[in-house]
Design a protein around this ligand. Structure first.
Ligand code: SF4
Ligand code: SF4
Length: 330
């Protein structure tokens, strides 16, 4: 794969060019030491050494809480009209890009979610290569999801090899051609290893039903939901309706929900599809490693490692996944 070369100290100038097109966001380390995706305003450079942000970029596509329908006596039912502005997301690791690919398949399928689709089409994705740490599992990944990006930066000696893969990425490169060098750098093989993983699981649901490990894991799990909150492919939401105090208006709100919460599978009449924690734990595992619904057979774990970093009980599903992967694979 041929690419252009940019020396590291030109990063600030490059971001300045990108800001002419759109607001640019990337990983920024706060005073508390936590790395979050936030605005790369002039003078703020992304922390490109960070292995992961606290929350994945899904927060730009699915807001933690948002109104999806409102009602007033005068106007009747109204869908929200959001002022969606162009946004460039810079410094996305391949796992997060693959996570966006997964969310696209959920929210941009036959019946696209209008809020998601509007935000997604206004976004330009710029990826960057990274080196996995002990929490990552991208290098062992079983996901067939390709990381989607408009532009991709590969770390190479002294700077970055930059390659575009869409007309939008090409346009951004063109805007910065005076700070790029036409060196036709060859991207090293190991820097490309995250692209185009092809292995996929064959799901055989009967294999994991009676494992004693579910109860052992559930006994240690606190049910806090942090693992799901920080996961780039967890998208469960709840829909709530609130009436206004004036008695003639109302709002329908969508907000992030969590399959580890007891309330998640509760339905009218106090019934629950997954009453105990072991069942909820297994449900999450099945979604992450075997896929379900229209994406059955496509694991949604992209190996970012966030769930392992944040879990206060130190739980790690990888050993169990590997054991079952052998059993699931044909
Ligand atoms: S399950 Fe864990 S490692 Fe896999 S994508 Fe979600 S947060 Fe990342
Ligand atoms: S982060 Fe750990 S303790 Fe909290 S719900 Fe997830 S597995 Fe359980």
């Amino acid at each position: 794969m041929a690419a252009q070369f940019m020396v590291t100290h030109n990063l600030d100038a490059l971001l300045e060019r990108f800001r002419r097109y759109a607001e640019v966001h990337g990983p920024v380390r706060g005073d508390d030491g936590v790395v979050r995706f936030s605005a790369l305003i002039p003078g703020i450079l992304p922390d490109l050494s960070a292995v992961r942000t606290l929350l994945p970029p899904k927060k730009y596509l699915l807001h933690p809480q948002e109104t999806i329908l409102s009602y007033t006596e005068k106007d009747g039912y109204q869908a929200p009209e959001e002022d969606v502005r162009p946004l460039i997301l810079f410094g996305l690791h391949p796992c997060d890009l693959a996570g966006i690919n997964y969310l696209d398949q959920i929210f941009m399928g036959d019946d696209p979610d209008p809020l998601y689709a509007a935000r997604r089409s206004a976004q330009t994705l710029i990826g960057i290569s990274c080196i996995p740490d002990e929490f990552c599992s991208c290098h062992l990944a079983i996901s067939p999801l390709k990381p989607l990006s408009d532009l991709f930066f590969h770390h190479v000696e002294g700077g970055f090899a930059v390659a575009s893969s869409t007309p939008r990425g090409e346009e951004l490169l063109e805007s910065a051609k005076d700070i790029l060098e036409e060196l036709n750098v060859i991207i090293p093989e190991d820097a490309r290893r995250f692209f185009g993983q092809t292995a996929s699981m064959r799901v055989r649901p009967e294999l994991d039903v009676a494992l004693p490990e579910w109860q052992e894991l559930a006994d240690r799990c606190l049910g806090c939901g942090a693992c799901s909150l920080c996961c780039p492919t967890c998208y469960c939401f709840d829909v709530l309706e609130f009436s206004g105090l004036d008695g003639c208006s109302a709002e329908r709100v969508r907000r992030w929900d969590n399959c580890l919460f007891k309330s998640h599978a509760q339905v009218a009449g106090g019934m629950s599809f997954r009453k105990d924690r072991a069942e909820r734990f297994r449900y999450r595992y099945r979604h992450k490693y075997c896929g379900f619904g229209p994406l059955q057979g496509i694991p949604s774990c992209v190996g970012c490692g966030r769930c392992r970093v944040v879990c206060p009980a130190g739980l790690d599903l990888r050993p169990l996944a590997m054991r079952l992967e052998g059993a699931c694979r044909e």
